[in-house]
Design a protein around this ligand. Structure first.
Ligand SMILES: [Zn+2]
Length: 331
């Protein structure tokens, strides 16, 4: 997939593409950043760009034989190594890549070796690749993709140029879910708002759970907006998935609370006239605007802090029902 089809990371795309065009791309790279934000896809886009037969400006065409073979994972010069069934990358996998990299590219201009989840290389495998990273063969580029760069050997880290990937905006995550994973719009926004800027994380949770958690969180805020009597507050809290006694579920309540935090963060951002892209639940905007009448900035921030404390209490094994009860009086 070419650069233009990858969500977010505009600055990095430009940096990488221009370095490749000028021939100044470092031969050994680490793509570091949270999981599920598109690091491995970016590595493949780079492999496509440097081998594309008909590049368009600063991007691959995505259509030529070379681009298509890379997308299908069958290009002779683009090698992607991943952990096997054991969860680790074996030294044999690394040795094979090193051996192949010693020869000139077979069909393309540049050989690209992508080591996905590079932190899963054991010490021996890392030692084996060290020398190659230090003096890479002329027409090869090595890209180590990892969420936890600091667990790589310091000697490996010092030989590679590190590019840091940030989180995606909620809007970018939602766009990927709709465009590539056939999510309905409301489901996509619900999942994106709870994804911490990671498409991978959004895909992990079932979209139905996300939607339910977000609707319940919104309902609770609407219930408490006008400072109702205690009974109604508690009823509102009990409607959060995972809060009800008997069906108490720590994970489900945790997701409800994160949905609540996400909405409260939006209310604070809307109150402060923040940039539209900062709003995670943009599809709920009319409802958020209505809530703003009751939730001024102070209240939103106070409630946000309370949700944070509630999440901490859940982590420390407090009863879901007690946490939800307590929270209903703090927001
Ligand atoms: Zn192409």
């Amino acid at each position: 997939m070419p650069f233009r089809e990858i969500a977010g990371h505009d600055h990095l795309k430009q940096l990488i593409a221009r370095a490749a065009l000028r021939g100044t791309l470092p031969p050994s790279l680490i793509f570091a950043g949270p999981s599920g934000v598109g690091k491995a896809m970016m590595a493949l886009a780079l492999a496509q760009f440097v081998n594309c037969l008909a590049p368009v400006g600063e991007d691959a065409c995505g259509q030529c034989g070379s681009c298509r073979r890379i997308t299908r994972g069958v290009h002779a010069d683009v090698l992607r190594i991943e952990p096997g069934d054991t969860g680790s990358i074996k030294i044999e996998q690394v040795r094979e890549a090193i051996d192949r990299a010693a020869y000139r590219p077979f069909e393309g201009r540049r050989r690209v070796v992508i080591i996905d989840q590079a932190e899963q290389m054991g010490v021996n495998a890392q030692d084996a690749i060290l020398k190659t990273l230090e003096e890479p063969p002329n027409s090869s580029t090595f890209i180590l993709v990892t969420d936890t760069p600091d667990t790589l050997l310091p000697t490996i880290r010092s030989r590679c140029q590190r590019l840091r990937f940030g989180r995606l905006s909620p809007g970018d995550v939602a766009a990927v879910l709709i465009g590539r994973h056939e999510y309905a719009e409301a489901d996509a926004h619900a999942a994106a708002s709870l994804s911490d800027g990671s498409v991978g994380k959004a895909l992990e949770g079932g979209s139905e759970d996300f939607v339910g958690a977000r609707m319940a969180a919104l309902h609770l805020l609407e219930t408490v907006a006008d400072d109702p009597p205690p009974g109604r507050r508690i009823m509102g809290a009990m409607s959060l998935p995972g809060a009800t006694k008997g069906k108490a579920d720590r994970d489900a309540l945790g997701q409800s609370l994160r949905a609540l935090a996400s909405i409260l963060r939006d209310l604070a951002a809307l109150g402060a006239q923040a940039d539209e892209r900062a709003i995670a639940n943009a599809d709920l905007r009319p409802k958020l605007q209505r809530l703003l009448r009751s939730f001024d900035n102070d209240r939103s921030l106070r409630a946000f802090a309370a949700v944070d404390r509630a999440l901490n209490a859940l982590d420390r094994n407090a009863s879901p029902k007690i946490v939800a009860d307590w929270l209903s009086f703090q927001i």
